[in-house]
Design a protein around this ligand. Sequence first.
Ligand code: NAD
Length: 436
Amino acid sequence: MNSLKELITKVKKNDFTLGVVGMGRVGLPLALVFANAGVKVIGFDQNKNCVNKIKHSIAPFSEAGMEELLGSKNFEPVFCGNSLAKIKACDIYIVCVGTPLTASYHIDYGQLFSALDIILQSPLKGKLVILRSTVPPGTLEERVLPFIEAKTGLKAGVDFGAASCPERMLEGHAIEEIVKLPEIIGGFNAISGDIAVELFKKINHGKKILRTTSKSAELSKLYANMYRYVNFALANEFALLAEDFGQDGTEIINIVNYEYPRGGIPRPGLVGGPCLTKDGYFLLSNTAFPDLILLASRLNEFMPQHVVNRLRLKMAEKGKVFHALKVGLLGTAFKGGSDDERYSPSVKIAELLESENVVVVRHDPHVKGTESFQKAVKDADVVIVATNHPEFADILPRIHKLRKKGSNCIIFDCWDMLDKKTAEKYGFDYMKLGSK
Ligand SMILES: NC(=O)c1ccc[n+]([C@@H]2O[C@H](COP(=O)([O-])OP(=O)(O)OC[C@H]3O[C@@H](n4cnc5c(N)ncnc54)[C@H](O)[C@@H]3O)[C@@H](O)[C@H]2O)c1
């Protein structure tokens, strides 16, 4: 008879199969790290194209160190459509599917429940389900377990195990961080937590483990992201204030932070991406005082509009028609070094400009299908450095060289990456966030 006690023995002996459901930016690196550590892993996805790429060792997105691990003999990518035997073969499932927002800013559970449906095609007795996706607090106990129990007649914690173990890695550093970061294990009960601990120790025997309840595990992930998000919003508020006072916001923040033990203010910039933008909303439905998070969201979400507003004012000052502008947008990913355009503030800038008839030529060295650098800058009236890709640090002489119209161009630096004096030396009109 399958029991959770037998499962823990199997995990200790490495005589088990791990199923990772969702081969996206969280699931694929996680599956590969386990496979690289000698665990037999099956990776499931409903996207046939994505599975085919992985089968041919083609990375569906960029992630440092991932390509080298793709051909691992311990790893088998499988399309969900015809996978019953493979689903049966797994002893533990880690659910890593997307948890996007609906149009009304609530979590869309669609991917999560469809993933559970796939898992439940095979008997769950004696197995463990781990929730890795970011979810509102209480999701495991109040949504996932009642769903499984109702569908199977099994009892959570007795017949099958369950735990919330949220992913905290930084995109672009996933492989390194999955190995190193302390693991938060929110077991539904003791045995579920014990099995999850044994599992994650396979990645790294010295991995630090933090055990808690499933709801606390889910909350801790949201707190970590919202702490950053609110701090970024405060830095952006400081930038807007500095502009109003006619000062340089980044310079002030550098002064505050310099050898000051209680400094650490982040720099202003465009804040977005699939985690920070949406995760705060997961905290709101049950919270009496959500004002700080909502305010942070309003501030951060306003920054693309602020860039557009400042450009409009600048054009008015110069007596130019805003709607006739041609803009070269440098960077469409939501953050430096990434090829991920989800919830990207740079894309939002482009959309705001395009809605006002401005022509935007988008270039991103990390995002396939965008235009070349040359095409974006050669005859632009404005060049916006919208993503802090390291490649953009030395672009001033390159822009200067490529331009047909000479130096008659505004450079809008959203990340304070470029040197104002150098820009002015080339004859560019330099603007940046946090300084008028
Ligand atoms: N991207 C990050 O940096 C990051 C970091 C920490 C946590 N998270 C959280 O992790 C979760 C996954 O994020 P992501 O960025 O990997 O999303 P993603 O969209 O890149 O990946 C989700 C994958 O799940 C697949 N999928 C959806 N439904 C499925 C189903 N029923 N069966 C099999 N596969 C299915 C999709 O095809 C897709 O490939 C989200 O909750 C996210 O908030 C993301």
